[in-house]
Design a protein around this ligand. Sequence first.
Ligand SMILES: O=C(CO)COP(=O)(O)O
Length: 139
Amino acid sequence: MNIALIAHDKKKNDLVQFATAYQAIFSKHTLFATGTTGLRISEATGLNITRYQSGPLGGDQQIGAMIARNKMDAVFFFRDPLTAQPHEPDVTALVRLCDVYSIPLATNMGTAELLIRGLELGLIEWRNIIKENGEIDGE
Ligand SMILES: O=C(CO)COP(=O)(O)O
């Protein structure tokens, strides 16, 4: 599965810890991240991660574009609800696209625990059916 990892600055330590704890599961998937988040996680874990732009420079939109192209299967996006983001419209757009395409999205550690365990159990295999049917693929 293609999985996106994103965290706002005050949540980066949490996501690094989370990715470290579940490294064995994440390593079985294809990982993508916004710039700084991806750097932090790859440095801490050695996981192979395709890094896009930093969030404020368009990284959220790049991951959103993957969702719109039916190329993203799950998103871990540890948002900071207590700090204003200069690219708030991009953040909202990414969350919206997850809802448009029914992409599993964990915006906090509690949901992330459930999503990662679901991934481990193969509960996301339905995404393969959607991709095989090309139901959303706009290409
Ligand atoms: O801002 C972000 C998500 O909205 C994350 O971007 P970075 O991973 O580059 O810090």
